[in-house]
Design a protein around this ligand. Structure first.
Ligand code: ZN
Ligand code: ZN
Ligand code: FE
Length: 755
């Protein structure tokens, strides 16, 4: 006889862990108890050694479906000789967020119930159990328990209560447990908010089939939904949302249905059906029947599957649905009735609503599969609040992140919690969402940050927030250093790397705009070893919205002999007046900051090829350029690397010239676009090679929004591997500015350590 105490850490709370433990203990005839504690789930079992070992093996190999065990620490304790096995009530003290799961998609058992006319939950849209249902978006406080969730306003009926209290039931301790008798209910309302007669979900489906746009309340906010096979409705949605081109996500009723519209490989199917239910960017089948207006700039579609019973019931009665964030332009996703009022009547004709409040706003996560691995584009619902393990322990830090695609990050010990997608902080509502979320997450984690990390850009609202914060210790982190630091942490790298940060823009230590950067970096230190050649950006951000102006700047620099007529021929979209004004700005340097941005290089070439003069969403010019690069060629253009002094300068001037000449000669743009990608990849690899050689480093870390371009990413990875280098890309966070906060946090922790 022996008694052990096992402490299990990882995602072990809110996923039916304790009943599983109790069942396994019973299977092996072991006595003891299990409880939730701030340290994790603590199990004590007593019995013959062999049985205890079998029990631990079983737990290890067959944990509850949604649990993720990180570690089981086992200690021997004194035997007590008592019989039976007890589930001890939740500990009321301490911070349990480490074990808190994200929102979980409806499980197969619950789905079966809502489709079974004989089940008491037949067609009940809020069905859930310990293996599925809302978590992160309904929790007000921890430890996770019903009275501190938005389910507190619903009192369980006797039947639900019985399930909730029976350790052998699938709904044992399932906090959002509910049924038609006692739980939340749906309502279908018109543009003025008046409830309409009929069965709400069936009515919503009927009106969607006849071309209506309906706001649907989901887990983390409202979606705007309409028939994805109906051109007229999709066009109307785009007009009302003022979103002419950016692709719209489409929800399919099932994996089978998704496969009728998209070409899906095994890994894409795996992630589409993952419990996180992200949007997976997949290839559309030609002539599949989806509206061509879903993604006018690409042949892809952001596909996802239902993740709540409400979605399942709705999609069962409709064609595939456009499901896009319910918001105006760049605002955060609407989450409550007040915010719904801003879109209802303006964008949505009707709304399918319900009375379970959303505590925490959370957009859908977005990813794309590249070489069998997910490339995250947006990490939010279903993935937050899973933490990232940091290499160093340290004081708690708040990192405020960047301006666009903002996320922030809070550390506690070695755990770093990256927030859900916040959005573009220049929007007032997004900024409010940011400040509220910072307060919310620090409260949830019960940490008081002792240092605040921020970007160098003085005008980022996140920077100002940090500088005005009462936290005395402030740590400024250069934007691209943060990018690379995030990649280092996610890959658990030790020591220095060559970091390649290719992105739109980030404030440099010299006051210019950086974005095509080669850094020799570890977490604490960074050196700029090389960068892309700088060009003036006439009008700054205004230029970014007008790629044709960037193309002009590149042409004036790289093809100085070109006269106005030649430039007009190359850039027909440039207005006459624009040309004169911009040229003067560039020549005098007035309001024309210098930038080494890789994103702007893509913009310039895209405009030069006539693919995109003005953008309607961030990254559009680069997306069209990648989409055009269909020619099969390995040719490259000429480029130069000036290594005389540090930082070295990587110049694509010869390429810009050559592209302009080819364009004037009417060359095929598909070939030019592909050769351009090849050239950037070759130049990046060669630059990495010489820096790596000089520094004795063979680890290359890639980050920055430009790496959302999977063609470029693959080419660079191949080039680097062919040169014998180890290549690291983001594993957990997106390469875009959503990773900046984690990187800032890691740098801050490392620097605090060194002091
Ligand atoms: Zn379930
Ligand atoms: Zn009930
Ligand atoms: Fe960036």
């Amino acid at each position: 006889m022996k008694r052990i105490q096992a402490t299990v850490t990882g995602r072990v709370q809110g996923v039916g862990f304790r009943p599983t433990v109790a069942r396994y203990a019973a299977d092996f005839g072991l006595a003891g108890q299990v409880s939730n504690t701030p340290l994790g789930v603590v199990i004590e079992v007593e019995g013959p050694t062999a049985k205890i070992e079998s029990f631990l093996d079983r737990l290890q190999s067959a944990p509850p479906p949604q649990a993720r065990i990180e570690k089981i620490a086992v200690d021997e304790v004194a035997a007590v000789g008592r019989k039976g096995f007890a589930i001890v009530a939740s500990s009321r003290s301490g911070d349990l967020v480490a074990g808190m799961p994200p929102d979980l998609a409806t499980c197969a058992d619950c789905l079966r119930e809502i489709n079974d006319p004989d089940n008491r939950r037949y067609r009940y849209p809020f069905t859930n159990c310990t293996n599925c249902g809302p978590r992160f978006t309904i929790i007000e406080r921890l430890p996770y328990d019903r009275p501190v969730t938005s389910m507190k306003i619903f009192e369980m009926c006797p039947e639900c209560s019985r399930e909730y209290h029976a350790p052998t039931d699938r709904r044992y301790d399932a906090q959002p447990n509910a049924c038609r008798v006692c739980g939340p209910s749906v309502k279908f309302v018109d543009a003025r908010g008046n409830a309409l007669p009929g069965e709400p979900i069936a009515e919503a489906a009927r009106l969607i089939r006849s071309s209506a746009i309906v706001a649907v309340k989901g887990l983390g906010g409202y979606h705007l939904c309409c028939d994805a096979t109906n051109d007229a409705t999709v066009r109307l949605l785009r007009e009302r949302k003022n979103r002419p081109h950016k692709s719209l996500a489409v929800m399919f009723a099932s994996l089978d249905e998704a496969q009728r519209y998209c070409v899906l490989d095994e890994i894409e199917r795996k992630f589409l059906t993952d419990v996180a239910r992200p949007i997976v960017i997949a290839k559309l089948r030609k002539g599949c029947g989806l509206s061509a207006l879903i993604s006018p700039d690409t042949k892809d579609v952001g596909a996802f599957l239902p993740y709540t019973p409400l979605h399942h019931l709705l999609l069962a009665e409709t064609e595939p649905l456009v499901m896009t964030s319910g918001n105006l332009a760049d605002e955060p996703i609407a989450k409550d009735e007040t915010e719904l009022r801003r879109i209802l009547g303006r964008i949505a004709d009707y709304a399918l609503i319900h009375d379970r409040p959303i505590v925490r706003r959370c957009d859908d996560s977005v990813m794309k599969m590249v070489d069998g691995k997910p490339l995250h584009i947006r990490r939010s619902r279903g993935l937050v609040p899973d933490h990232v393990e940091m290499p160093l322990d340290g004081l708690p830090v708040l990192a405020c992140g960047a301006e666009l695609k903002n996320t922030f990050c809070v550390t506690r010990g070695r755990q770093a919690f990256a927030s859900q997608h916040i959005g573009d902080l220049s929007d007032y509502i997004a900024y409010k969402f940011f400040t509220e979320s910072v307060a919310d997450l620090t409260k949830l984690l019960e940490v008081e940050p002792r240092a605040v990390a921020h970007d160098l850009h003085p005008d980022y609202l996140a920077t100002r927030y940090a500088l005005e914060s009462p936290i005395a210790t402030k740590i400024a982190v250069q934007h691209h250093h943060a990018h690379i630091a995030s990649c280092i942490v996610e890959n658990r790298l030790d020591g220095k790397v060559v970091g390649v940060a290719l992105d739109g823009s980030g404030y440099g230590t010299d006051g210019t705009i950086w974005g095509g950067e080669f850094l020799v970096a570890d977490l604490a230190d960074v050196r700029r070893a090389a960068h892309f050649r700088q060009y003036p950006l006439p009008g700054g951000d205004e230029a970014t919205r007008n790629p044709v102006r960037i193309a002009l700047s590149y042409l004036l620099a790289d093809m100085p002999e070109a006269d106005e007529a030649t430039i007009k021929k190359l850039l027909p979209g440039l207005e006459r007046e624009e040309f004169a004004v911009l040229r003067r700005m560039i020549e005098t340097g007035m309001r024309s900051p210098m930038s080494s941005s890789a994103g702007r290089l893509f913009d310039a070439v895209s405009a030069l090829l006539g693919l995109c003069d003005r953008i309607t969403y961030e990254g559009q010019a680069a997306i069209r350029l990648q989409e055009r690069a269909t020619a099969q060629t390995e040719e490259t253009y000429e480029y130069t690397i000036e290594q005389a002094a540090e930082p070295a300068i990587v110049s694509f001037a010869p390429m810009i010239r050559r592209i302009a000449e080819e364009k004037l000669n009417g060359a095929d743009t598909a070939t030019i676009a592909r050769k351009f990608h090849n050239t950037v990849a070759a130049a990046v690899a060669e630059t990495c090679a010489f820096i790596g050689e000089a520094e004795g480093l063979d680890a290359m870390a890639l980050s920055g929004g430009v790496f959302q371009n999977d063609l470029l990413l693959r080419l660079i990875e191949n080039n680097l591997r062919n040169r014998g280098m180890r290549v690291y890309t983001h594993t957990t966070l997106p390469p875009n500015d959503a990773c900046v906060a984690l990187g800032q946090a890691a740098v801050a922790v490392a620097r605090l350590r060194n002091n």
